[in-house]
Design a protein around this ligand. Sequence first.
Ligand code: TYC
Length: 123
Amino acid sequence: MRLAPAPAHAGPQDDEGGKGGDGRGGTETGTATKTRPKTKRPNLYRVLLLNDDYTPMEFVVLVLQDVFNKSREEAMQIMLHVHQKGVGECGVYPYEVAETKVTRVMDTARKNQHPLQCVMEKQ
Ligand code: TYC
């Protein structure tokens, strides 16, 4: 779910201290050049772990600590959630960060011959 965007500041973009004009006695007729700084929010992606019957619980906890920087306690909670519900969120990140984390999980799982699956989905 996305929150409604904050209302943009719509007031006149004038930093001349309320005097009006450009300080040279004329009337403003040129192209407006002052713009709001562009602060585009990045698209965010949820990174999800999927349950399976074979990957050891301890391996999943270590992955959550190592790849997602979770504390031991939080990693244990997430692992148990995935174990019980089938899927769980490890974090929410911009596209390239999410992609890198998915790749790290899948690479370490494959190297250790565990079937652990990790996916990302647009939030
Ligand atoms: N279900 C696994 C087991 O009982 C543990 C597990 C938890 C595996 C989370 C994957 O994403 C996972 N050994």
